[in-house]
Design a protein around this ligand. Structure first.
Ligand code: NAD
Ligand code: ZN
Length: 360
């Protein structure tokens, strides 16, 4: 048995208003006047002076606003890298991602592709990155994905949706300021929050479970239950706790794996462009047979927060389209192995997945 020796985020700052310290955190990391900091910011903040006025731009520093209408693509990463190289006199001092899982993943991927030859799609997989990334900072503005702490950056490429999993992917610095999440719309808060809840359930019930993952998973699960089921939390408490739940949920899957909901949700995302948070919810709602307790509690949370999930999204798909989703889902072997065990292929057949997709 060989054990994974995995890197962690070396520096993290936590606290409401800690975003104010961004400029002093970055200053010592500036390489020189010609090496800018590039801020990749969710365009939901484009006219948000409360946030952008606190990013102080010096020399050639730039803010690039990015739409999250679609999830990050390998081609988008390649274009961003090319633009950054063209607009900078020298290799940038750092990339700072400000936003949800999408922006965090883009910042990680761009920082890797600035120092590695070729195209982002060449690095989708495990440990294919050869050179260390440039300095990169993650600042989540919505909580749940765990992208702020994970060793992957999930990208949709020409052939598949798969992460760039590498030792160079994790951020060098993370800023956890829950105040940045204060204006997240309610449905999105639930969907991205449930991503964290589902990470916990998939990790804690998986065959890959170990004491490392279990301890983080249990902490995150307990926080999710407080946030989504109890009435006595203040808004600020709930925002701070969800930020830490996301972190611990991410740590839990770092040393184990996700499961059935993620495998099938990747299929929905690849074919139909359904986003990760809501896609996971749509799938998880139908997974009683795999996660009986987890799904029961999920349904309680859904009712408590008056969430109606999209229905019938697969109702008019062709055989060929079902096949594409099934191929994507089945290709994620470690997820099935974690969820079901070594013999997963005996029970997880194409017909089984088609039946499940047809319910969604
Ligand atoms: P997201 O980044 O698309 O953000 C969701 C929505 O919330 C967007 O419309 C965004 O504009 C909006 N938003 C974000 N912050 C806001 C704020 N403070 N106020 C108002 N609106 C705000 O979605 P997400 O659920 O955070 O992340 C999903 C992405 O993360 C997917 O691309 C998925 O593949 C990826 N992901 C990555 C990992 C990883 O470990 N790298 C893990 C899970 C998911
Ligand atoms: Zn997830």
């Amino acid at each position: 048995m060989t054990y994974k020796n995995f890197p962690m985020v070396p520096r993290v700052i936590f606290g409401r208003g800690s975003f104010n310290q961004l400029n002093e955190i970055l200053a010592p990391k500036r390489l020189n006047m010609n090496a800018p900091f590039i801020f990749l910011v969710d365009d939901v903040f484009k006219n948000n002076v409360w946030l952008t006025s606190r990013i102080s731009l010096s020399y050639d520093d730039k803010i690039v606003f990015i739409s999250t209408k679609e999830e990050p693509k390998t081609s988008q990463v390649d274009e961003l890298v090319e633009d950054i190289i063209l607009m900078s006199k020298e290799r940038p001092s750092g990339i700072i991602g400000i936003g949800g899982g999408a922006l965090l993943d883009l910042a990680k991927a761009v920082s890797i592709m600035i120092t590695n030859e070729g195209e982002a799609k060449d690095y989708q997989g495990w440990d294919l990155v050869k050179n260390p990334a440039i300095y990169h900072v993650g600042i989540p503005t919505i909580s749940g994905t765990g992208a702020e702490v994970s060793r992957t950056t999930v990208l949709t490429g020409p052939d598949r949706k798969l992460g760039i999993n590498s030792d160079y992917t994790p951020f060098d610095q993370v800023i956890l300021d829950s105040e940045l999440t204060k204006d997240v719309p309610k449905n999105q808060w639930f969907y991205t929050g449930m991503d964290c809840y589902i990470h916990c359930i998939e990790s804690l019930t998986g065959t890959y479970l170990n004491a490392f993952s279990e301890s983080y998973g249990e902490m995150a699960l307990d926080l999710c239950k407080q946030i989504f089921l109890e009435d006595n939390l203040s808004t600020i408490d709930a925002q701070e706790k969800l930020m830490m739940a996301s972190w611990h949920g991410g740590m839990s899957i770092a040393y184990s794996q996700v499961g059935v909901a993620h495998a099938m949700s990747y299929g929905l995302s690849y074919l139909l462009g359904i986003k990760h948070g809501v896609g996971n919810c749509i799938v998880f709602d139908h997974l009683e047979e795999f996660y009986p307790e987890g799904v029961e509690v999920f349904k309680q949370m859904k009712i408590k927060h008056n969430i109606t999930l999209p229905q019938g999204i697969c109702s008019s798909l062709s055989d060929k389209e079902f096949d594409i989703m099934i191929d994507v889902a089945l290709s994620l072997e470690p997820l099935w192995e974690n969820a079901i065990g070594n013999n997963w292929k005996k029970t997880i057949t194409r017909e089984k997945l088609r039946d499940l997709y047809q319910k969604m």
